[in-house]
Design a binder for this molecule. Structure first.
Ligand SMILES: Nc1ncnc2c1ncn2[C@@H]1O[C@H](COP(=O)(O)OP(=O)(O)OP(=O)(O)O)[C@@H](O)[C@H]1O
Ligand SMILES: [Mg+2]
Length: 319
């Protein structure tokens, strides 16, 4: 199951991505955290890097070559764009599987396996946009054969920017982190409208709630979309100051209310099984949009032909 954390800058996306990943890891569930933000802070929030690995964004051509496998509809890495869907011959990966991509790109932070997209660096200025780095995550998720009880948790860029790439259609659940302020809920409104259009599941998670008034405000503004909330947390502050132990077990001392909220998030993720057909339909739709908007012109090829009409990735996909 793939889970994204989005929201306004500073709302707590990274903090909640890290807490949720650690919560899952602590239960023994397989979990892979992905840092998909321009400023890469997830490793730190997880408790610090234990094993670093090269960023996905710096190896896009190799990743494309690996994922396209011998799919005859994708003759080269150059012809593969971030929305290119898998077809017969493509490589589908198991989460944390025994393959070249995971072997190279999965590091570890705070006891949790972690992949990173990479910082937006000097050499990108003026020539690339961060979305090309996020394209690696989009392709990865597009080729992932994950099942129930397996989790990929992505910390996303701030604000409605997360919608500028097709990545937002790749998740089973998108948690919108909102502080109890007017600005905090404004991103929610933007997101809700986009999400509706693509049939995407979102739920609002209140954060840094300090009392009844905060909670009432969120309930008033967000209504039934408010799934749960986390309170302002001395534990989180202590962690930021390096005063909690690293590793998932440290979560045992997280405030009971906040720990409970993490359980609610997990239940929400688990309560809706994946619909592979639907996920793939959206992926194809988005690919065709990109093809028409820019990709055919840029590559000089007919990329609509990359869609394998009889193929749907999933447990039943033809080899
Ligand atoms: N529930 C909480 N209790 C206490 N502090 C919190 C809580 N959630 C987040 N914070 C603090 O708020 C600050 C911003 O959090 P965080 O970095 O997770 O936000 P973000 O949405 O990822 O920000 P950015 O948009 O910069 O990536 C951090 O200092 C973090 O420790
Ligand atoms: Mg962040």
């Amino acid at each position: 199951m793939r889970v994204a954390f989005v929201g306004k800058g500073g709302s707590g996306k990274t903090t909640l991505s890290a807490l949720f990943s650690r919560h899952l890891a602590r239960s023994g569930a397989p979990v892979l955290a992905i840092d998909g933000d321009i400023n890469q802070h997830l490793a730190e929030a997880l408790g610090g890097v234990e094993e670093s690995a090269p960023p996905l964004g710096a190896h896009l051509p190799e990743i494309k070559d690996f994922l396209r496998g011998d799919n005859p509809r994708i003759p080269s890495a150059e012809a593969m764009i971030k929305t290119t869907p898998p077809g017969r011959g493509s490589r589908l990966l198991r989460p944390l599987g025994d393959d070249e991509l995971h072997a190279r790109h999965v590091g570890r932070a705070g006891g949790v396996p972690l992949m990173v997209t990479g910082e937006f660096d000097e050499s990108d200025l003026g020539v690339a946009c961060y979305h090309s780095k996020l394209g690696a995550v989009e392709l990865y998720l597009g080729h992932l054969l994950d099942g129930p009880g397996e989790y990929v948790v992505v910390d996303m860029t701030a604000g409605a920017d997360a919608f500028a790439s097709g990545l937002f259609t790749r998740f089973d659940m998108t948690f919108l982190v909102a502080e109890p302020t007017r600005k905090g809920v404004s991103v929610y409104r933007q997101y809700r409208d986009h999400a509706e259009q693509f049939g995407i599941r979102i739920a609002v998670v209140g954060n840094k709630v300090t009392g009844e008034d905060d909670l009432l405000f969120l309930k008033e503004q967000v209504g039934d979309d408010l799934l749960t909330h986390l309170e302002q947390s001395p534990w989180v502050r202590a962690a930021e100051q390096g005063r909690t132990a690293p590793g998932p077990d440290a979560l045992a001392s997280l405030e009971p209310h906040n720990r409970h909220a993490l359980g609610v998030l997990r239940e929400a993720v688990d309560s809706h099984p994946r619909d592979w057909d639907r996920l793939h339909r959206h992926a194809v739709e988005l690919h065709l949009r990109n093809v028409r908007a820019w990709a055919d012109a840029r590559t000089g090829e007919d990329l609509a032909g990359q869609v394998d009409p009889e193929y749907v990735p999933g447990p039943a996909a033809p080899a």
